[in-house]
Design a protein around this ligand. Structure first.
Ligand code: ATP
Ligand code: MG
Length: 602
């Protein structure tokens, strides 16, 4: 679906030819469900609710409903981008709706700061949870009362009980993969006693950890998740939305399936590690449907392989460690594999969407090479970023036969494939900045740039010949001297007939503006940081950032924050969204023009 996938630039890229929106097993499930009208009769009042609340409403206008369910306990990372593009993309493609649901049932770790950042990141990726006048942004904590009532119903039906065992006893009695568990002494007490005690748990009559509410399923099940899982625990903790209203909190497996059902979710897509939880998901919903609290058909849990990406870590715990221990400057450090970091780095939302399409979804775990993501960013940036000139490591070049007051205006296209974007004036004067490594006194074989006696073309300008150079006391080159040939101006008749191999970029020293350029590279130096038992911090790339005091064309000082450009011959850069100002332009390197890591690795 991404327009980038069919852009001309895509055709020459390494991953070209893959379908822009391939079919996959999830799409096949959805298409079969639509064909059989499986969900056509679901009712929807306009709000999440129980069967009773939905019963008198019209049928649900959304053909499917999916959801993205982050826990607001950290910033979103690249793995979440895959899940967001998948869930919102399916809803978009099948005339459905995707809900943004905060899975906020663990009060100790959740904060409003994370909620706000997640909202921003999903929007930034280009997705919306608003449909018509309805904002489908929900919080599992909004369902606390309903979840509680359902738990009472399960207890009354003999399907849940309050267990007095402490955590150690519960663990010991849970059994193993080869041995069944032992039933709790509380398991067969009368439902009325459990109901009464559960109410007292809610009322705050018992200390934290002294009791849990468990489902009464099967202590001998080969699936450990089915051995009477705990669904409520006592925990006095301030919740970022419900404050101190509750001292008991529902656990994930119980909350998630019911939240899906209340929201009329049709396809509940999650990562593979939840496969063993699916029988529990279905068990809870089946019972609540039988008791009349939820409507059929139930949402279907579908698992897919999570994103595993080389050269990064995608575990919240490790990301938190990087921030807390100061290995990076914060969550939005441009080297972080977070969406806020990526944005600051200059990665684009369209690049992420293209990436998600390209890697597709599968049922089996695999690794995606980081260069696939970088290629997607290059493709999008190549298509949209205007070209500019920056000299990252400047040395002076003097054109000896140019008059000091003379200025020749050269013209550089803003985008080679988009003539409609026009050209910009590049004033050429006697003194220029060029890249230090575009000049060599003793050139290696195959060096086609400037060397004593040789000729190159000043890009968009004239052919120059090197006639000398100056060095400082240490032998370092300070100035290169050249002469130019006035008959070789680019774009004039006959100018191109004279062949030179090198073509270098330059800036007039009189016009150039100083830039701070932050040269970011990969945060980790190895493909699998922390592989085996190794401490992942040992794999940090010591050269993941360098600062260059560069020179740029004046347009760069007028760039707005987050403007993305290609520095010709260098790569893609972005005006830093935090520090860049017209008086002090700051650019971040997003990605080089080609994959230097792939080349280095052979
Ligand atoms: P944690 O690292 O604490 O387990 P998480 O990364 O699973 O957290 P959640 O907030 O629970 O974070 O995730 C929200 C959604 O994003 C879930 O549906 C989860 O399956 C999905 N998700 C998380 N990581 C990935 C990943 N690497 N690839 C694809 N989807 C992911
Ligand atoms: Mg999780």
């Amino acid at each position: 679906m991404s327009s980038n996938a069919s852009s001309p630039s895509a055709a020459s890229a390494p991953n070209a030819g893959l379908p822009a929106h391939g079919s996959n097993f999830i799409r096949q499930i959805i298409e079969a469900d639509l064909a059989s009208r499986k969900h056509a009769l679901r009712r929807w009042s306009g709000h999440p609710g129980s069967a009773r609340e939905q019963a008198l409403s019209p049928t649900d206008p959304a053909r499917i409903r999916t959801r993205f369910p982050p826990e607001p306990n950290g910033y979103l990372h690249f793995g979440h981008a895959k899940s967001i593009c998948l869930n919102f993309g399916l809803a978009r493609d099948y005339e459905g709706v995707c809900h943004l649901r905060f899975d906020d049932t663990n009060p100790a770790r959740e904060e409003q700061e994370y909620v706000d950042s997640i909202v921003d990141s999903v929007r930034w990726l280009g997705f919306s949870w608003t449909n018509g006048n309805t904002e489908h942004r929900y919080f599992a904590s909004d369902y606390f009362e309903t979840l509680y009532q359902f738990a009472e119903a399960l207890i009354a039906a003999g399907l849940a009980y309050v267990d007095h065992q402490n955590a150690d006893e519960m663990r010991a009695n849970r059994g193993t993969l080869t041995e069944p568990g032992r039933p709790s002494p509380d398991r067969d007490r009368a439902a009325g006693e459990h109901l009464e005690e559960f109410r007292r748990m809610r009322a705050g009559e018992f200390p934290d950890g002294s009791r849990v509410l468990r489902l009464r399923i099967d202590m001998a099940s080969p699936n450990m998740n089915m051995r009477d899982p705990a669904i409520y625990r006592i925990r006095r903790a301030h919740h970022h939305r419900t404050g101190d209203a509750w001292c008991i909190y529902p656990l994930y497996d119980y909350t998630h399936c019911i939240s899906d059902a209340l929201e009329n979710i049709t396809h509940s897509i999650c990562t593979l590690e939840f496969e063993d939880h699916r029988p529990l998901y279905d068990w809870v919903l089946d019972r609540l449907v039988d008791l009349g609290h939820l409507q059929r058909p139930m949402p279907q849990q579908i698992e897919f392989a999570r994103l595993n990406l080389t050269y990064v870590v995608l575990s919240k715990r490790k990301l938190i460690q990087l921030v807390d221990e100061g290995h990076v400057a914060g969550w939005d450090d441009p080297r972080m594999p977070t969406l806020v970091g990526a944005r600051r780095r200059g990665y684009t939302a369209a690049g992420f969407r293209l990436f998600a399409e390209r890697i597709g979804v599968a049922r089996a775990d695999s690794w995606i090479d980081f260069s696939v993501l970088e290629d997607c960013m290059r493709e999008d940036l190549n298509a949209h970023a205007q070209r500019r000139v920056a000299v990252l490591d400047p040395i002076r070049l003097v054109i000896d036969n140019f008059e000091p007051a003379q200025t020749e205006i050269c013209h550089a296209p803003n985008h080679p494939q988009h003539a409609e974007l026009g050209v910009r004036d590049m004033p050429l004067t006697r003194e220029l900045w060029i890249e230090r490594d575009d000049f060599s006194i003793t050139p290696p074989k195959g060096f086609f740039r400037l060397t004593p006696g040789a000729e190159v073309r000043l890009r968009y300008g004239f052919i120059i010949r090197c006639v000398g150079y100056e060095t400082d006391d240490s032998g370092r080159v300070t100035t290169v001297h050249c002469t130019y040939d006035p008959d070789t101006r680019s774009g004039t008749p006959g100018a191109e007939s004279r062949k030179v191999k090198g073509n270098i970029h330059w800036l007039s020293t009189r016009h150039a503006v100083p830039l701070e350029v932050r040269l970011y590279d990969r945060l980790f130096g190895v493909a699998h940081p922390g592989a085996g038992e190794r401490d992942f911090l040992l794999d940090l790339n010591p050269n993941s950032v360098g600062i260059s005091q560069a020179m740029g064309e004046p347009a760069l000082a007028r760039a707005v924050a987050e403007e993305r450009v290609q520095f010709e011959r260098h790569g893609y850069y972005v005006a830093d969204r935090v520090d860049h100002t017209g008086d002090r332009p700051v650019f971040n390197r997003t990605v080089g023009l080609r994959d230097s890591w792939g080349r280095a690795a052979g």
